[in-house]
Design a binder for this molecule. Structure first.
Ligand code: AMP
Length: 438
């Protein structure tokens, strides 16, 4: 039997560790999103990762997300539970449970889990940020959420994002349309791919999502939703489009856009990043889901929202070479050649004064410590040798210029005499020195 101590563990298939600087970039992206939607009056909701399986079943018995991809299992008490594959159902469940005042404008950030076939941009654990508005059925709410997502992509610097919008009509319109599509696809069943034929059994509208070449020819001639729209649904959609026009958000009406989850009604939309491969270019999407709250046992309540895929947005940023990782700059790096007590105390003091400081642990030569100081990206090395210790002073050496962060000549650890970039100051003046040079 293999020695358990020699077993090497790796991340599970489709799951990744995110290390710095990618993690810093992700954090910045999420913080930017939180700031943007906070300015629009959205408050955070943090639903649990695990829910009763039934919560997610409501999002569509006929969707792959529910039937094939869910991480569901039996809990210790025998109940069936699942890791969330998306956030909207949990948010709607929270709404039903807590009965907040309307309108309920919320945002969320967090991980979701789907047992998919992993590939670039498609993972089994992935992050989303999103918003939901529960209450008003005003088309201006649809406009508000779509424009928020659009402005978010703009703020990241993305330029190759396309917004696709569609309407699926009211519940009855969608049902009639679905039946129309089913009859049509049945009549051309033999031309469809095996996969599409199987999907047709369960959910005819999902066939319209197929990217396979043989399916595309058939889909191209499928009935269009516009013929099935009630007057009210058409009017709602008209108002959404005119809102986007008024706010200068470019879009394309794509009447094949049905979206994966079953609960969508009326407005649906998706954001495609053209800098990514077509198979993974969906960086976010959403729509109206009137009926979901009722399905979860609540009062009839309209809802609209979106979820954006953080991992894919970062890939799109890479592809467009925008949204570089943030540069973190320490204010000071302590180089202590006298045993470490001064480094211990001064890092503490500098941090306590609201600035950033780091140090090397363990004994190290001047050269090794200066190298670490330089690698840390700090603006100043604060050097304490035996002379400084006796005189109650420190030597501060500029490693990076304050204006552009470029390397200072003094950064190379050389032993040159006092320059503009290096000076000895009383230890008690260190905080003021660093503060005045921020
Ligand atoms: P959905 O909940 O399926 O509408 O997905 C919303 C967004 O989440 C998509 O547009 C993707 O950007 C992202 N997303 C969905 N599934 C995955 C996945 N398996 N891996 C990475 N991102 C995903």
């Amino acid at each position: 039997m293999a020695d358990p101590k020699s077993q090497k563990f790796q991340t599970l298939t489709g799951m990744r560790d995110m290390l710095w600087p990618d993690s810093a970039r992700r954090r910045l992206l999420v913080d930017g999103f939180v700031g943007l939607v906070g300015n629009a009056g959205y408050k955070e909701v943090v639903p649990p990762l695990l829910e009763n399986l039934g919560v997610f079943r409501r999002i569509g018995e006929a969707t792959d997300v529910v039937t094939k991809e869910m991480y569901d299992f039996e809990d210790k008490d025998g109940s069936r539970i699942a890791l969330r594959p998306e956030m909207t159902a949990g948010v709607a469940r929270a709404f039903v449970q807590h009965k907040p005042a309307l309108p309920w404008k919320v945002f969320y950030t967090g991980s979701n889990f789907r047992h998919e076939r992993p590939q670039k941009g498609r993972y089994r654990a992935f992050d989303q940020v999103g918003v939901e508005v529960l209450g008003p059925d005003d088309p201006d709410v649809d406009v508000e959420v779509i424009v928020l997502a659009w402005r978010f992509f703009e703020a990241l610097g993305l330029e190759q994002v396309r917004l696709l919008v569609n309407t699926l009509g009211e519940h009855a319109d969608r049902s009639a349309y679905s039946e129309g599509v089913r009859l049509y696809l049945e009549s051309r069943r033999s031309e469809l791919s095996g996969q599409a034929q199987e999907t047709l059994q369960r959910n005819p509208l999902r066939v319209l999502d197929s990217k396979r070449r043989e399916d595309k020819a058939v889909i191209g001639e499928a009935p269009r939703i516009s013929k099935y729209l009630s007057e009210a649904a058409a009017e709602h959609f008209g108002r959404v489009c005119s809102g986007l026009d008024a706010l200068d958000v470019p879009y394309t009406v794509d009447d094949r856009l049905v979206r994966g989850l079953d609960y969508y009604r009326r407005t649906t939309f998706e954001f495609a990043a053209d800098a990514l491969d077509a198979a993974q270019n969906a960086i976010g999407g959403g729509g109206r889901y009137d009926g979901l709250v009722e399905d979860l046992g609540g009062p009839a309540t309209d809802g609209v929202g979106f979820a954006l895929g953080v991992d894919r947005i970062l890939l799109a940023c890479d592809a467009e070479e925008v949204f570089a990782p943030p540069v973190t700059r320490l204010d000071a790096y302590l180089v202590d050649l006298t045993g470490g007590e001064s480094a211990r105390d001064l890092t503490h003091e500098i941090r306590g004064a609201g600035m950033s400081a780091d140090r090397r642990f363990g004994a190290g030569s001047m050269k090794a410590q200066m190298k670490a100081a330089d690698r840390s990206g700090a603006r100043f090395a604060v050097i304490i040798g035996s002379d400084e210790l006796v005189a109650d002073e420190v030597t501060v050496r500029m490693l990076r210029r304050p204006d552009d962060g470029s390397h200072s000549d003094a950064a190379n650890g050389g032993q040159g005499g006092p320059t503009d970039a290096q000076q000895r100051i009383p230890r008690r003046e260190l905080i003021e020195f660093l503060r005045s040079r921020k």
